[in-house]
Design a protein around this ligand. Structure first.
Ligand code: ARG
Length: 718
């Protein structure tokens, strides 16, 4: 009987493909974890994954821009990343006449590459464990004192680490401050755009398909990193040379099959897997719904204008995509957290912990303290979101708010004329950048709508004193949409920010009163000051308290389950996750394949559609079945995307998906809808990573784009 049960269990385990939780630190890879990787198929040594003495995989992985991952794929510094990671650079390089976002772009030689101003990439130089140094300095401290001291010791460690080098460094707390690691980076600033598919491929499926499987998006773009003649970072210069990297990834076009080993290196931005039940409750009841509601409004007005005019589409495209991406995410996250009863599960975990912690002073009162901390903050939680995502959701209001730095320089006694001049110059530069991206029509509607929503949704007692009364006196009933429309229109025509002559007069002769009476500035600063003076201190207290509680709770949890393999929350430091290529069943009676093909692209194709259109030659090329060396033999088609059981999150976008030999088989670009709870709790059954198959990338570059020069630069494994 027992034996039969065991066999049954083994059968069950084999049948239900489990996703693979864990964002591991490659520099501290435990033997147990490494052994498991080998068991799943890995053919590389630990040293080949990460080494500071010799070239290793980690040397091919870069931070791309401010929040993505990229990888080096040739000995001349060629970079692959996602289309949505290169999106801003592609849009910026585009004009209505040379619309690379719409039509795609390939440099057929290095001369044609386009400098991506402002874009940089970072290589990881080394990682040191500085836990002892930090903890010695923080011994016995908590709350604000601890925070201040931590800032100090961290600054010291960084200064020491980069002294006399061109490196940058940061110290990141791991396990909620139970460990501290120092990361040293080298940043390269001459980055050039090499290629991108038309947006209809790179963002095929748009927001409808975003965060969903099955998927048919060719989410890739190509850049190159340049260095000075010594291979060192340098500002853009025509004479710079392509960087000779320490390591680059070979590209396998052998294809994938179910259960194949898959490993992803990259920079997951943030998770909160050890979050408390109180935190989950606030998130699903207040924070997420507020963000979603406010973003819906902003997106609606932006989209109205983008549809009308290709120039406005180019202007707003990148900002729109970013807002839309996490609008859908937060909405889905709430739904999945509720569906999987994550709140109740966390409560159960906490109850078990409390039982274990009985009699242990260090862990007494964690949950009553959590409850008190949340109780004190919750009445203001919505207000904070309405400032960040509502009031500041108007680009004009956000820019006007940034002028508070100028106000400070003007009113603070003892500020030198030089300092005032500097702050005016910075503001003038920022204004130029703001105006380049500003679309007044949508902004005016956003301004009106968000100001109204704040009035309706935030308790009266929390409003900036007198603000809404003044609107009422001048423009009419505060319940009426039209009042806010009139107000917003008057604000826009009255602000010097949108009037060159008046702005120039102001910066030539800056004075506080002119700034303070500017209607845009007055609006923003009223809300910001109201929040920062009355509620920000409460928020800081809340965060500090939660940090202390979270650190203690996680320390206790690790003590309680010492045999478990623990990994720290994502915090935009390099991680690796390993798993396998696997299908899944999203719901009763539905089974998803682990690959999608071009056949499916054709099925979704809607000529002229905003999200599901295709470039002209795509259809004819598909009909010719000219797949070349990129064809998948099992499907007799091109595989566009595939899924794996890997554990990733935002920030991993663009990350290399590697086979057992460390060869590139795809780029990770998304997570699936059924696992949108993943930042808070990993779901072993449903979690999948969505990857664009490298063979589709190369087909797009080669057959569709005609850029064989790029293919020739790669080391193909056939
Ligand atoms: N969900 C993807 C991520 O966060 C981004 C996909 C961008 N595409 C889009 N339709 N917005 O990595």
């Amino acid at each position: 009987m027992k034996k039969n049960l065991l066999i049954l269990l083994l059968l069950l385990a084999a049948q239900f493909a489990k996703a693979d939780e864990g964002m591991w630190l490659p520099y501290l890879l435990g033997q147990q974890v490494y052994n498991d990787m080998v068991k799943k198929g890995l053919k590389l040594t630990k040293e080949q994954l990460y080494s500071i003495n010799q070239a290793s995989l980690k040397d091919a992985i870069i931070i791309f821009g401010g929040g993505c991952t990229g990888e080096i794929v040739s000995n001349q510094g060629l970079i692959f990343t996602n289309h949505h990671c290169g999106y801003d650079a592609i849009a910026t390089a585009s004009s209505v006449e040379h619309n690379y976002l719409k039509n795609g772009f390939y440099a057929l030689d290095k001369q044609q590459e386009i400098p991506a101003k402002g874009l940089s990439v970072q290589f990881l130089v080394r990682v040191d464990d500085v836990t002892k140094q930090v903890q010695d300095a923080l011994k016995g401290m908590s709350g604000q004192e601890r925070q201040q001291q931590q800032q100090k010791i961290v600054a010291d460690i960084i200064t020491q680490a980069i002294n006399g080098t061109n490196y940058e460094a940061k110290v990141l707390p791991m396990f909620k401050g139970n460990q501290y690691l120092l990361f040293v980076y080298e940043r390269y600033k001459d980055i050039r755009l090499v290629g991108a598919p038309p947006e209809s491929i790179g963002k095929f499926g748009g927001d409808t398909d975003n965060w969903e499987w099955p998927r048919h998006t060719g989410d890739f773009s190509i850049f190159r990193v340049y260095a000075d003649k010594d291979g060192k970072p340098a500002e853009y210069a025509a004479g710079n040379q392509p960087l000779k990297p320490k390591h680059f990834l070979p590209v396998s076009i052998k294809g994938i099959k179910e259960n194949d080993y898959a490993m992803i290196f990259g920079y997951p931005g943030g998770t909160n897997r050890y979050e408390s039940s109180e935190g989950v409750k606030l998130k699903i009841t207040v924070e997420n719904p507020s963000v979603v509601a406010l973003r819906s409004v902003r997106l609606k007005y932006m989209f109205e204008q983008m549809k009308k005019d290709p120039a406005i589409k180019l202007k707003l495209a990148s900002s729109y995509a970013g807002i839309a991406n996490y609008w859908k995410f937060f909405d889905g996250e709430t739904k999945q957290l509720v569906k999987y009863n994550v709140l109740e599960e966390k409560q159960k975990q906490e109850a078990a912990f409390e039982k274990w912690a009985q009699g242990k002073d260090e862990y007494a009162n964690i949950f009553p303290d959590y409850a008190a901390s949340y109780k004190a903050w919750t009445p203001y939680a919505k207000h904070r979101i309405y400032i960040n995502e509502g009031i500041m959701g108007s680009p004009l209001a956000a820019f006007a708010g940034s002028l508070m730095a100028v106000e400070k320089a003007l009113v603070q006694s003892g500020t030198s004329t030089d300092m005032i001049k500097q702050s005016i110059q910075a503001a003038d530069k920022a204004r130029t950048a703001f105006l380049e991206e500003e679309d007044k029509a949508s902004d005016q509607k956003i301004l009106a709508a968000t100001c109204h929503l704040f009035y309706t949704d935030i308790p009266l007692a929390q409003h900036p004193i007198g603000f809404y009364d003044a609107i009422k006196a001048k423009f009419g009933s505060l319940e009426d949409d039209n009042t806010y429309r009139l107000w917003a229109s008057a604000l826009m025509s009255g602000s010097m920010i949108l009037n060159d002559a008046r702005w120039k007069a102001f910066i030539a002769n800056p004075d506080a009163v002119t700034l303070q009476t500017d209607p845009a500035f007055a609006y923003s600063s009223a809300f910001i000051k109201n929040f920062t003076t009355k509620y920000q201190p409460l928020y800081n207290q809340f965060v500090t308290k939660n940090n202390d509680l979270g650190r203690a709770y996680l320390k206790g949890r690790m003590e309680m389950e010492p045999a478990k393999k623990w990994y720290p929350d994502a915090n935009f430091s390099m991680r690796l996750t390993y798993g396998q290529v696997k299908p899944y069943a999203p719901r009763d009676a539905v089974a998803y394949d682990y690959v999608c093909t071009m056949k499916g692209v054709m099925e979704k194709y809607v000529p002229g559609d905003y999200e599901f259109d295709l470039p002209e030659n795509y259809v004819s090329l598909y009909n010719k079945k000219d797949f070349g060396q990129y064809k998948d033999l099992r499907k007799n088609d091109i595989v566009t995307c595939f899924i794996t059981t890997n554990d990733i999150t935002g920030g991993n976008s663009g990350s290399p998906v590697l086979n057992a030999n460390g060869e590139l088989i795809g780029l990770a670009f998304d997570g699936n809808y059924e696992a949108l709870s993943h930042k808070i709790q990993f779901d072993a059954v449903y979690n999948r990573t969505i990857c664009v198959d490298i063979r589709y990338v190369l087909w797009c570059v080669d057959k569709l784009g005609g850029a064989s020069n790029i293919i020739n630069e790669l080391k193909l494994i056939k």
